[in-house]
Ligand binder design. Structure first.
Ligand code: GLN
Length: 197
């Protein structure tokens, strides 16, 4: 709603959703957990957190959330997916499980566990476009973006590899910005939420 506090839903079927709610609240948004279609009503934005994308894929069906979420995103609801959330948004997976489906709303190709299964977790410096100060990127069994489509903007990179991207109101990161207590990417997402609402 224009002029009032933006209401952002955080998909809470599985995974790392609490830290996202805290980041959104630090930035002045109201954050609610989303586990059922009725909880999508009135949202100005939606976060898809990290976790395990194959589990989330199954839970999207059992919760009845898959079609309503796809409809709201198609209608322009700003969305920000991190890690497994990026996998849910991607048009194409290089190594999804046979049955694994995605929402296919972001024209990127993603390689799950792109740093190898042995590399459980690491931190590295992430360069934000248009910002001189890098941020700490926490990567946990992280996917890699191996192709970006026309119109997909790179918001952050490690070396020459994109690790956060945006196409219009759809934003995604391969890492966990909610774990580094640096809210700059959430703030960029909220700029869209506020414009949209
Ligand atoms: N490797 C996980 C997957 O395939 C994603 C990891 C994460 O979200 N931290 O879903």
């Amino acid at each position: 709603m224009a002029g009032s506090t933006p209401l952002v839903g955080v998909l809470a079927l599985q995974g790392a959703f609490r830290e996202h709610m805290q980041a959104l609240e630090r930035l002045g948004a109201e954050a609610i957990e989303v586990r059922a279609p009725a909880e999508l009503a009135g949202l100005d934005g939606l976060m898809l957190p990290g976790g395990e994308s194959t589990a989330m894929d199954l839970l999207l069906d059992s919760s009845g959330l898959r079609a309503p979420i796809a409809e709201r995103i198609a209608a322009g609801l700003p969305v920000f997916g991190t890690c497994a959330g990026l996998i849910l948004l991607a048009n194409e997976l290089e190594d999804g499980t046979v049955e694994q489906r995605t929402l296919k709303v972001l024209d990127v190709t993603v390689l799950r566990n792109g740093y190898g299964r042995q590399v459980a977790s690491f931190e590295t410096s992430v360069v934000l476009a248009g910002d001189d100060m890098p941020m700490v990127g926490v990567f946990i069994r992280a996917p890699r973006i191996t192709r970006i489509g026309a119109g997909v903007e790179v918001l952050a990179s490690v070396g020459d590899e994109p690790v956060a991207v945006r196409n219009g109101s759809i934003m995604a990161a391969t890492f966990h910005p909610e774990l580094a207590h640096d809210d700059r990417l959430h703030a960029r997402f909220l700029e869209r939420v506020t414009t949209h609402s």
